[in-house]
Design a protein around this ligand. Structure first.
Ligand SMILES: Cc1ncc(COP(=O)(O)O)c(C=O)c1O
Length: 427
């Protein structure tokens, strides 16, 4: 009997994928930082410089700047490209709200755009929303799957828009071999604890543009760093010693924990590909369950999570029953991403406010049928990557998922087509 109907749960441990991993070498690096007594790093030096230089080298990009969150990195990117009151920014509705929310701090207005069925940015939907005020666009590589970058870059160029990539789900993801975060004016990554490169809290911005890097220093890295890093001949240098009221420096202990992860990133993304295929096969045995964010020949997903669609016509009870049934068996990682509700359903985007301006236009100017379907029909699950030393742990997690789905498949076979699946379906 299924646990959701009162049976014994299949899984007694390992309810969710263990991440981040803990390596002795990362702990040593953290302890070394701790013992140095340098718990604030005022300029581009030490472990902060080490992280930024490794990040820039990996991405083959000129400038990287570590911040204390992904939200701060996005704010810095938006300030970096010069956005302010009156400007409009095309932004996916299907994303986490921090992709767009920093725009309110600048008085710029996000204009929400529907998605393609795989959750990526839809340039055709965006085209209808361009106005004389549109200055930039931000996209999110949702769940780690890169957007269709050829079309996106072409669209941005055709409309003269600066492109910001929110890569918070997509560390190490590649489009036609090129790492995401390198296609536009700036890339921004969260380094929050669940992310592929995890500092606990933190973020990083990368750019090829000197002006974007300079303005980002000014926003959150006043005094020593801004004075050393900003171009003394630049228009804002006189403000470098004070900045303009914010401080976005990261905690060096978090960055010390994360810095050794960068060299492993490519291997992790490679390791996720076969696991994503196995998880897709595993859930694919359930009627109406289809993976939406698999890698394809152009796009290598970082598989922050794998997203599935559930067709309620084919699986009675649909997505909600399936998630409850998996959770009851002991797998918490099968999840409806509630924090990632489409932005048009959130009060902030329905009634936008800003500390620096009042808005005379709306964020919501159209319908969002694709994002609404994604929100109502999909679930996500973590994808292991089997890093060296953690192969057994990751395989155990996959086997727990497999056993859970096996049990559901067997239940459906006995219940028979059209028969009552479980009590919960009818609740
Ligand atoms: C897509 C996306 N953008 C931005 C953020 C914000 O990052 P942080 O939590 O580090 O501020 C997150 C983090 O959860 C995210 O998932």
């Amino acid at each position: 009997m299924l646990a959701i109907d009162g049976g014994v749960p299949e899984i007694q441990e390992l309810a969710s994928y263990p991440w981040p991993k803990r390596r002795a070498a990362w702990q040593d690096r953290m302890m070394q930082q701790f013992m140095s007594g340098k718990l604030s790093v005022y300029d581009k030096s030490g472990v902060i410089a080490e992280f930024e230089d490794s990040w820039s080298e990996l991405h083959d990009i000129d400038f990287s700047l570590v911040t204390n969150s992904g939200t701060a990195a996005l704010h810095s990117a938006f300030y970096g490209i010069g956005l302010g009151p009156g400007d409009e920014v095309l932004c996916p509705t299907y994303t986490f709200f921090a992709t767009a929310a920093p725009l309110f701090q600048l008085g710029a207005l996000p204009v929400l755009v529907d998605s393609l069925p795989d959750g990526s940015f839809d340039v055709t939907a965006a085209a209808a929303l361009v106005t004389e005020r549109t200055k930039a666009m931000v996209i999110t590589h949702m769940w780690g799957l890169p957007g269709h970058m050829d079309a996106i870059v072409e669209f941005a160029a055709a409309h003269g828009l600066d492109l910001v990539e929110d890569c918070s789900h997509a560390h190490g993801a590649r489009y036609r071999g090129r790492l995401v975060g390198t296609f536009g004016a700036a890339g921004a990554w969260s380094l929050q604890t669940q992310k592929l490169v995890a500092a606990g809290e933190g973020g990083v911005l990368s750019t090829r543009r000197r002006d974007v890097y300079d303005r980002a220093q000014l926003l959150g890295h006043f005094n020593k760093r801004a004075m050393k890093e900003m171009d003394p001949a630049g228009p804002l240098y006189d403000y470098a010693s004070t900045g303009i009221g914010l401080k976005y420096r990261a905690h060096p202990l978090g960055i010390a924990f994360a810095v050794g992860q960068i060299e492993e990133l490519d291997g992790w993304v490679r390791g996720k590909q076969p696991y994503a295929a196995r998880i897709a096969d595993c859930f694919g045995r359930l009627p109406g369950v289809t993976p939406l964010t698999m890698s394809d020949p152009e796009r290598v997903s970082a598989h922050y999570a794998l997203l599935f669609d559930v067709d309620p016509e084919l699986l009675p009870g649909g997505r909600d029953w399936l998630v409850r049934a998996c959770n009851a068996e002991g797998i918490d990682d099968v999840d409806i991403p509630k924090a990632t509700s489409p932005l048009h359903t959130l009060h902030l985007f329905q009634r936008p406010i800003s500390p620096v301006t009042t808005y005379d236009r709306d964020c919501i100017r159209t319908d969002f049928p694709v994002a609404d379907a994604l929100a109502s029909r999909t679930f996500k699950i973590s994808v292991p990557c089997g890093p060296s030393g953690f192969e057994d742990e990751d395989e155990r997690y996959y086997q727990a998922v497999l056993r859970t789905v096996d049990k559901l498949v067997a239940h459906l076979a006995t219940a028979g087509a059209g028969a009552e699946l479980s009590e919960a379906v009818h609740r």
